[in-house]
Design a protein around this ligand. Structure first.
Ligand SMILES: [Zn+2]
Length: 447
């Protein structure tokens, strides 16, 4: 008996001695406990080769009108997005062997010649080559329509649905500010395109028929390869959607279907209902709902109306548990709040735009907080877009992946050095963020 007791004590001691270093290391610290730069280098080596899924981008040539349902109005650009950013020279040297050291007008013509030649040549090699150079396995193509120069095996279509919210006389919203005067006519164009697709020249007779028209377009676009529906509605109105009864929305439809200017309240009632209909259909059809949730282009973009927290009543509504929501651009600058919406099992968050708008030193702060809270819900995107002669979709891809890899390796290295996670766990998070978390949302579209 005594011998057995002694053995037990010995075993317990041995176990305790083995576990002690593990327990001690599991205590997280505020100060780094080891050389952060050394951990960064080790992680970066393993992060570089990861094949990326870009969850949000608008690939296309600068003169392709189908790239987006809107265009950039004149605006005062933040520092990194300006043509004077020296990183853009690094990007075009890597992508095209650009022979110059600046982006002067004359030198930009050389660059324009490259994409013009590729556009003229046709085929999918040019854009596949851009993805290859950035080590992107596949990218979302959030566009009005797909282009023949985008290989459907590498580019997954995400189509726009905002235009369904604007079928009436839109003069009220157009008059709000100069940006809306640019945006809204383009939304009207998209709606007419969808009507043409459905073979109709006028809005359907009844509200029920209008909803059927919406469903028809969603189903057709899905059959054509669409993997998600996208709202950029934060550019046009508040992201707060009330919950009106169907009769109220139907009443507005009946009143204005053939003309007349709805009051802002009437239009809002109609839009609130139709938005919820599109969200519900997104769940039924397994079409995730992508929502622009951050500061947007244009000097008139309303941060207050576009605040991601306006969507709390939608993403936390148990009726929409079947719908997957992706908060595009992570609600920036409200990224601290946005990540807590991802506690819902059907809510994801994407970093596109942020890692290009900000320099990596600041983007890393957002990414680190997210990795420390809901790492399995964070997805990568670039928001690559033909923005200007110097910052096209091509450069957007390059800048996005390089910024994200650097910020990711830094955030994870700090977490490892602070004793928050192991290096093995860090790599699991890295694979999740750059590829696996988003891919899980589109099982049918995986390469
Ligand atoms: Zn975008």
């Amino acid at each position: 008996m005594a011998a057995r007791r002694i053995t037990e004590i010995a075993l317990t001691c041995a176990l305790f001695c083995i576990l002690l270093p593990v327990v001690a290391r599991a205590q997280a610290h505020a100060l780094p406990q080891e050389d952060v730069q050394a951990v960064y280098r080790r992680l970066m080596q393993k992060i570089e080769p990861i094949k990326i899924f870009d969850h949000h981008a608008h690939p296309g040539f600068g003169d392709d009108a189908d790239v987006d349902a809107q265009t950039a109005p004149p605006q005062h650009l933040p520092l990194r997005a300006r043509e004077t950013n020296p990183e853009l020279v690094v990007a075009v040297k890597a992508l095209f062997g650009y022979p110059y050291a600046d982006m002067s007008e004359e030198h930009l013509r050389w660059l324009g010649g490259k994409s013009a030649a590729a556009e003229k040549a046709g085929g999918t090699a040019y854009w596949n080559g851009i993805l290859d150079k950035c080590r992107i396995e596949a990218s979302v193509a959030n566009r009005v329509a797909m282009a023949s120069y985008l290989d459907p095996k590498r580019f997954r279509w995400v189509f726009f649905v905002d235009s369904f919210l604007f079928p009436f006389d839109n003069n009220q919203v157009i008059s709000e500010n100069p940006d809306e005067a640019v945006y809204i006519p383009l939304q009207e164009k998209v709606l007419h395109r969808y009507m043409e697709q459905a073979g109709i020249t006028q809005l359907p007779d009844s509200f029920d028929a209008y909803l059927s028209f919406i469903t028809r377009i969603l189903e057709e676009n899905q059959r054509k390869g669409g993997i998600a529906e996208k709202f950029e509605v934060a550019y046009f109105r508040s992201l707060y959607f009330a919950d009106p009864p169907p009769e109220a929305a139907a009443g507005v439809y009946a009143k204005y279907r053939s003309g007349g200017l709805p009051s802002p309240e009437e239009y809002k009632t109609f839009q609130d209902y139709v938005f919820r209909y599109l969200v519900t259909e997104g769940g039924r059809l397994h079409l995730p709902v992508h929502l622009h949730t951050a500061v947007g282009e244009g000097d008139y973009f309303s941060l207050r109306k576009g605040n991601v927290l306006n969507l709390e009543n939608i993403v936390k509504d148990p009726r929409y548990l079947q719908t997957t929501f992706v908060l595009i651009h992570g609600g920036y600058p409200y990224f601290r709040q946005a990540i807590w919406l991802a506690s819902m099992k059907n809510v994801y968050i994407d970093t596109s735009e942020i890692e290009v708008l900000l320099f990596p030193s600041e983007f890393k702060q957002a990414l680190k907080l997210w990795l420390q809270t809901y790492p399995e819900k964070i997805t990568f995107g670039t928001d690559a877009y033909p923005f200007s002669a110097a910052l096209g979709s091509e450069e957007g891809y390059w800048l996005g992946v390089h910024s994200a890899r650097d910020a990711l390796a830094t955030a994870l290295a700090e977490m490892v050095a602070a004793g928050e996670i192991t290096e093995a766990k860090a790599m699991e998070f890295a694979h999740g963020y750059l590829h696996d978390n988003a891919i899980r949302l589109y099982p049918a579209a995986s390469p």
